[in-house]
Design a binder for this molecule. Structure first.
Ligand code: APR
Length: 169
């Protein structure tokens, strides 16, 4: 599995699937969630609403898949990161699960390339250095015969620097 690091806007990527850092209500919001819904269009929210009505949303650490609407990616996975509350509320395990469950969902849908934002490091306040380690370790631990490329998409310089250092170890 090839790991790639880029700095930029995840909504522009031509990969099989991009991952959204959503909230448990799948209601849309700010940050990358807002960017994805804005770029992808209303059919994404329509499917999120159906999922909410069917299963009540998406708990932290879990992932759901929807249409990507008018995004260049073929599909869209929504995962819900943990809100940082100091580190003693299972945050690390939940963040790890976000990456693993998103990879499992991509694999079961036959999607070969997947791009992740830096989940939980914005509104949810997860410390960036720790989050980068969790993300990279989770992806490196995932063995797949389907997924051939994982792209880490950083939007800010700090995350890009952290991922760049960690991936070059
Ligand atoms: N492309 C890639 N990354 C982006 C983009 C973009 N277009 N826009 C923002 N980001 C980055 C942020 O800089 C941050 O590093 O995504 C990372 C995750 O930050 P948030 O989007 O704030 O997500 P998170 O911290 O997981 O909080 C989720 O915020 O937007 C709401 O509805 C969302 O309630 C949920 C919460």
């Amino acid at each position: 599995m090839e790991l790639q690091l880029i700095k930029g806007d995840i909504t522009k990527l031509y990969v099989d699937v991009i991952v959204n850092a959503a909230n448990s209500g799948l209601m849309g919001g700010g940050g990358v969630d807002e960017a994805i819904h804005r770029a992808g269009g209303p059919e994404i929210m329509d499917e999120c609403r159906s999922i909410r009505e069917r299963q009540g949303g998406c708990p932290a650490g879990e992932a759901v898949i929807t249409t990507s609407g008018s995004l260049p990616a073929k599909k869209l996975i929504h995962t819900v990161g943990p809100v940082w509350k100091g580190g003693n509320n299972d945050e690390k395990a939940k963040l790890h699960a976000c990456y693993i469950n998103s990879l499992k969902l991509a694999e079961s849908n036959g999607l070969q390339s997947i791009a992740f934002p830096n989940i939980s490091t914005g509104v949810y306040g997860y410390p960036k250095a720790e989050a980068a380690e969790v993300a990279i370790n989770a992806v490196k631990s995932f063995k797949s015969n389907v997924i051939v490329k994982v792209v880490f998409v950083c939007f800010d310089d700090e995350n890009h620097q952290l991922y760049s250092q960690s991936l070059s170890k």
